[in-house]
Structure formats: structure tokens, C-alpha cells
Design a protein around this ligand. Structure first.
Ligand code: LMR
Length: 394
């Protein structure tokens, strides 16, 4: 049997992680995978997470199963975090999933069940794993223009022109904030125009929100999602806790399905439970439990928010430092977009050859499409990167 297996294409982001690890140069800089690193290059366990883990360790008296949708307290806490009170709670079905990827995977499977042969419109570019999972599930992908390679801002006219083709059988995948890989985001006026178009065409939005709190702030980053969720009849939302709670390896996420009215919620909830059962039965609980502790305990929550804000501001500071350093070295404003982008990533706009030069000659690792992880930088490495970018002729 095994001889029939075919090599699968390597995931570009994960392959880059491996290549970086094997590089013996001490001066190497990792701007690849989307993991937050502090000034010392460490990915710390957040203070509130550590405290919540201790609390759970002290009080948890069973490891028995929880439920197919996970703990309802986790769903409630996450729904409040992402949606505030924008949507009536009794219209929302939700299930815990292994990370944001798990939530995306379950959402895609739900779409395939509900709309066999339906298409999923995805931004060009998008997170490569969106495409990989959709292809694996044999679903039809339709890219829509999103990024303007010249201005490095959202190509909103292109996006709207391409989305004009959607029908009521289609799903439109949107990034809630901190677009991965570009760092270029919709403003609220643009979100409203997307909502109007979706309502006009009857297409269903699916929003992937993996970086809430990394862009303009916890509430600000949720504004687009809340606007969509409160304005369309149906919506899917895949939320990740990996980055904003720093619980990457605990695999903690939530899939929400918002129905037109509360009478339809039960079918959605049953479907989410069914999908969990088919794929892995009960979702992992540990990460969800500590996130719930953090969100529901006022002291832990305040400390988490304060630390998240430190993380956000440090990334913003690095963006500004990099843009200023490049301005100084290149004598041009063409890198100003780095300070405008939000979240962990920016697409630099370098060619694959230039990205390769950065890796080979300077030991600087970024994804081949020139996505760089801002959080992989620190005050010392910013001038080194800026110098290399200019020397590589970018
Ligand atoms: C990334 O885009 O680097 C992260 O979301 C990590 C991953 O799983 O790819």
C-alpha cells in the first residue's frame, strides 16, 4: 500500500523553519514562521497563561471527556472576545477546534457539506495553508485580487471587481485583521462596502481571525468581523488563540457559525459536533481551559491584555524603526508601507531571487513571497535587515 503514496509538496513556511534551524551562521535572522519573539528572541509563555495553568493544575480533578463542542464556557468567552455583543448569542453555534487551522478545516468541511460544488473565493495572496486544505478537500478556489504590488496597500478596486462575480452558492474567505501574508488591511468603509456586496449577492462570508490584538488593539481589530457578523444573515468565523494568547502548541481555536435566527442554531451546532466527532472526536481542552481562565478572571484578563498590548506596541515600534532606517539608507519613502501595515507580517515586495540573496548572503530568512515576520526582529537586527535590503537592491 505505502508504495502508492506520492510525495506531497512541502509547506513553504515549515520548510523555511527547518532550513533556518540547519543554518550554522550565528548571525542568522529568522523572519519566517508567524511566531512572536521578544527582544531576546524567545517566545515566552505569557504571564497570565502561566498563572492560569497553575490554577488549573491545582483545581482540576478530572481529565475525563468534556463534550464534542468543547467546554461551553470557552465558547462563551471567545464569542464575547471576538464578537462583543454585536450578534445575538442564540444564533451562534460554536465548537472548540485544534487551533485556528482546525477551525478553518472544519469550516471548509461544513461548506462542502452545505454547498457541494460551491466555490470559495480567497484573497490573492492568502495564507498558503488555506489553499492547501481547500485543494486537499477538492474544493473550487477562486482567487480575488487583494494586494497592490506597487503601493503595497489593498487593491480595493480589484478586490471589489473580482468579488462582483460571487453568487449565493459561494463563500468569501476574509481575514479578520492583520492580513497574512501582506499586512495590508481593509478600513471600516471598505468592510462596509464588502458587506453591501455580500448582501447584494447572497454569498456567505467566512472570516479567519488569527491575530486579534496584534494590529490596532483588541477591540479595534474585531471591528470588521463584528460589522460583517451583525450585517449578514449567515457567517462562519474561525478564531485562533495561538498568537494572542501565545498558546501555539496547545492547539486552541473556535469555529463559530452564525445563523439567520435562533431556530437554525441547533442544526448548525449538531453539524459542528458531528464534524468534530468525525475528525478527532473531542477537541483538545487544556489550551481552551487556560484561555477561559484568563478571559473570565478579571485580574488575569487585565494582565493578559497589558502583556498583549506590550507585544503589539513592540511590533509597531519595530515597524516604525525599520521604515525609518530604510528611509535613511535608501533615501526614499518607498518603504513607508511597513509602518502602515498591521500585525505580524508585511509583504516586502522583493523578488524570489532577492529573497534568496537575503538568505544566502545575509542569513536572513523570510518566506519566498517576501513575507517577513516583524516579530522576528529586535532593535539590533532592524538596522542589519535594512542594510541587507538596500544591498540586495530591493
Ligand atoms: C504562519 O503563517 O506563519 C503561521 O500561521 C504559522 C503556520 O501554521 O503557518
Amino acid at each position: 500500500m505505502f508504495e502508492s503514496l506520492k510525495e506531497q509538496p512541502a509547506d513553504k513556511i515549515l520548510a523555511l523553519m527547518a532550513a533556518y534551524r540547519e543554518d550554522p551562521r550565528e548571525t542568522k535572522i529568522d523572519l519566517g514562521v508567524g511566531v512572536y519573539k521578544d527582544a531576546e528572541g524567545k517566545t515566552p509563555v505569557m504571564r497570565a497563561i502561566k498563572a492560569a495553568e497553575q490554577k488549573v493544575w491545582e483545581t482540576q480533578d478530572s481529565k475525563s471527556y468534556v463534550g464534542l463542542a468543547g467546554d461551553a464556557a470557552f465558547s462563551d468567552a471567545m464569542i464575547s472576545l471576538v464578537l462583543g455583543d454585536a450578534v445575538a448569542r442564540d444564533t451562534i453555534a460554536a465548537a472548540a477546534t485544534p487551533g485556528g487551522t482546525g477551525a478553518c478545516r472544519q469550516a471548509f468541511e461544513l461548506i462542502r457539506m452545505a454547498r457541494p460544488g460551491g466555490r470559495v473565493f480567497v484573497s490573492d495572496p492568502t495564507w498558503p495553508n488555506h489553499l492547501s486544505i481547500l485543494k486537499f478537500l477538492n474544493m473550487e478556489i477562486v482567487p480575488y485580487r487583494y494586494f497592490d504590488g506597487e503601493t503595497r496597500a489593498v487593491n480595493f478596486d480589484g478586490m471589489m471587481a473580482d468579488l462582483a462575480d460571487v453568487t449565493s452558492d459561494d463563500v468569501v474567505l476574509l481575514h479578520g485583521c492583520c492580513h497574512n501574508p501582506t499586512g495590508a488591511n481593509l478600513n471600516l468603509t471598505q468592510w462596509q462596502a464588502v458587506v453591501d456586496l455580500l448582501n447584494d449577492k447572497g454569498a456567505v462570508p467566512m472570516i479567519d481571525i488569527a491575530y486579534q490584538g496584534f494590529g490596532d488593539g483588541l477591540e479595534e481589530d474585531a471591528q470588521g468581523v463584528r460589522l460583517v457578523a451583525s450585517s449578514v444573515p449567515e457567517c462562519l468565523i474561525a478564531a485562533s488563540c495561538s498568537k494572542n494568547f501565545g498558546v501555539y502548541r496547545e492547539r486552541t481555536g473556535l469555529l463559530m457559525a452564525i445563523a439567520t435566527d435562533s431556530s437554525r442554531r441547533k442544526l448548525n451546532q449538531d453539524t459542528l459536533n458531528f464534524l468534530n466527532r468525525q475528525n478527532y472526536s473531542f477537541p483538545p481542552d487544556h489550551g481552551a481551559r487556560i484561555v477561559t481562565e484568563v478571559l473570565t478572571d478579571a485580574t488575569l484578563r487585565a494582565d493578559w491584555q497589558a502583556e498583549l498590548e506590550e507585544v503589539r506596541l513592540s511590533m509597531l515600534g519595530l515597524r516604525e524603526q525599520l521604515a525609518a532606517e530604510l528611509q535613511r539608507l535608501s533615501g526614499s519613502d518607498r518603504f513607508g508601507f511597513l509602518a502602515q501595515h498591521r500585525g505580524m507580517f508585511s509583504r516586502l515586495g522583493a523578488s524570489p531571487e532577492q529573497v534568496e540573496t537575503l538568505r544566502r548572503d545575509f542569513g536572513i530568512y523570510m518566506v519566498g513571497d517576501s513575507r517577513l515576520n516583524i516579530a522576528g526582529l529586535n532593535k539590533t537586527s532592524v538596522p542589519i535587515l535594512a542594510d541587507a535590503i538596500v544591498k540586495a537592491g530591493i
